[in-house]
Design a protein around this ligand. Structure first.
Ligand SMILES: Cc1cc2nc3c(=O)[nH]c(=O)nc-3n(C[C@H](O)[C@H](O)[C@H](O)COP(=O)(O)OP(=O)(O)OC[C@H]3O[C@@H](n4cnc5c(N)ncnc54)[C@H](O)[C@@H]3O)c2cc1C
Length: 482
């Protein structure tokens, strides 16, 4: 019997596992994919919003601001890339200036530091911004984080502290039995747990339905992006937002923690949760909107496009649903976690743990270790440092991905950690082969071989990402044939 069973390995489920691992609890996280961070947490703007924007006294506002403050310590402890680069929200006409003034008041109510910049200051700090700009709201606490690294590191740390992870376990049925829950998966395995957390993202409504709660209805709203390559000199330094409207935050331009740039997202409802197809018309609209805000965006350096789906709750407020189920004590929902869910993730986990402690007594895990063994990060090291590392581990001298400078030694390291990679995409999310200009054209086959060797699996059995997404379908020659 588990004390806590978490459904969903996105940033919310993994934050929950990380938070609860601080206590003496037997924890398991069930994820239907072959890795954590496979859905919305993998495809977003990667911004740790400052929290000036959400309406005061909503969960969006309080948990965003709390979560933003928690990010430094956790990212430091878990060796996750996080940079407080600040954001600029830009006004190009008087109406937008009036909106910025309202947002400044809202930011102050939410306890977020905000400043109003004039045109001269804006263009001095960000010369690429369109000359028609009038004012900007500067939010210095806005940051950028690597969302894959954060989600994976949270789960790795939870596992280092005793939590269990079951991948390829899709929850299909939940039954309340006296004082606990019986959770059944598509593979027929059954788990018993005293407390269950629904962190199933786009499918959190479906999980709620499994215990008879039909009130949580989620609709997916797609956001599409361009990814630009990294350049020697950065072309912008802050996250740049247009003035928000009632349709959302609009098309932004932002650096990522790896020096790439994101331009997007679009915002259209889609019928199919998990539909991440991109559309050339939507992308063209994004380009037009971004070009109206920032001059000379190097779209010729575009290396890919992608999309993610927001889990939009069909409620009047659209606020996060972070609560205990009304009819099932000890069943908790973290549902409808759309933006700013990444920024709020640590605070959402904290809030749910507090709710659990209202009628459960948790004792601290005395052996809890808050830190994670740092990643090797060869491409951040000097030549001398690299030479020393290679002398100890020659696999670090064999470069597998030339675009992002990733060695075999780093790939082997992240396969054998807790919450290690088992798929090609899993390796890509952890140490970046395939994220560069060639998009895996050169390194993917090498990664496939390393995974098969290290996991003692046949080459044919290695998935790209989702279950059954094999790269190699059959052998054309038997061993020894030429
Ligand atoms: C376009 C876009 C831009 C965004 N930008 C930002 C931003 O800049 N900043 C910010 O703060 N937020 C942003 N967000 C929001 C943020 O990405 C989400 O709030 C966050 O990732 C939600 O995490 P999650 O864990 O709830 O969901 P997910 O990451 O979707 O995780 C849910 C997991 O549950 C699993 N699952 C589902 N059903 C089952 C089942 N039956 N059994 C087992 N497992 C199951 C899924 O496979 C998935 O891995 C953005 C979102 C989008 C789409």
């Amino acid at each position: 019997m588990y004390d806590v069973l978490i459904i969903g390995g996105g940033v919310i489920g993994c934050s929950m596992a990380h938070e609860l691992a601080k206590y003496q609890l037997k924890i398991i996280l069930l994820e239907k994919g072959l890795d954590v961070c496979e859905a919305t947490s993998m495809a977003n703007s990667a911004i740790v919003h400052s929290g000036y924007d959400p309406l005061p006294n909503t969960l969006h506002a309080t948990l965003n601001v709390e979560g933003n403050k928690m990010m430094d310590q956790v990212c430091h402890d878990l060796d996750v890339e996080f940079q407080r680069i600040g954001s600029l929200t830009l006004a190009f006409n008087d109406e937008e200036v009036a909106t910025l003034n309202d947002l400044i008041k809202r930011g102050q109510q939410n306890g977020v530091p905000v400043e109003l910049w004039d045109k001269e200051k804006i263009l001095k700090e960000e010369p690429c911004i369109n000359n028609g700009v009038k004012k900007a709201l500067f939010a210095p606490t806005c940051g950028i984080v690597n969302p894959f690294e954060l989600t994976i590191a949270l789960m790795e740390n939870a596992m280092d502290n005793g939590a269990e992870l079951a991948l390829n376990h899709e929850v299909t049925k939940i039954k309340k039995v006296k004082d606990h829950f019986e959770v059944t998966c598509a593979n027929k395995k059954v788990f018993e747990a005293k407390i269950v957390v629904n962190a199933a993202g786009l499918f959190s409504g479906k999980i709620a339905e499994m215990i008879g709660n039909k009130d949580i209805v989620i609709r997916p709203r797609k956001g599409e992006y361009y990814v630009l390559d990294h350049f020697e000199a950065p072309f912008i330094h802050h996250t740049l937002f247009p003035c928000p409207t009632n349709k959302g935050k609009g098309v932004l331009v932002t650096p990522t923690t790896h020096g790439n740039y994101l331009v997007g997202p679009s915002s259209e409802y889609t019928f199919d949760a998990g539909d991440v197809a991109t559309d050339s018309n939507d992308l063209a609209i994004i380009k037009t909107k971004a070009n109206a805000m920032v001059n000379n965006i190097p779209f010729n350096q575009m290396i890919r496009v992608f999309a993610g789906d927001r889990a939009v709750p069909q409620t009047a407020s659209g606020d996060f649903i972070v609560e205990e189920d009304k009819n099932n004590p000890n069943f908790y929902h973290a549902a409808g976690i759309q933006s700013p869910g990444l920024a709020s993730s640590l605070a959402i986990a904290n809030r749910l743990r507090e709710l659990m402690e209202k009628h459960n007594k948790f004792s601290l895990n005395k052996n809890y270790v808050p830190t994670r063994r740092p990643l090797i990060r060869l491409n951040k090291k000097s030549i001398e440092e690299r030479q020393k590392l290679i002398a100890k581990n020659p696999k670090l001298g064999k470069i597998i991905c030339r675009c992002e400078i990733v060695s075999e030694g780093e790939i082997v390291d992240i396969i054998h950690r807790n919450c290690g990679a088992t798929t090609i995409k899993g390796v890509k999310k952890r140490v970046r082969p395939g994220f560069g200009k060639c998009q895996g054209g050169f390194c993917e086959a090498l990664v496939l071989h390393i995974l098969a060797r290290e996991l003692h699996q046949d080459l044919l059995d290695i998935d790209y990402g989702a279950p059954g997404s094999y790269i190699l379908l059959k052998k054309t020659k038997e061993e020894g044939e030429h």
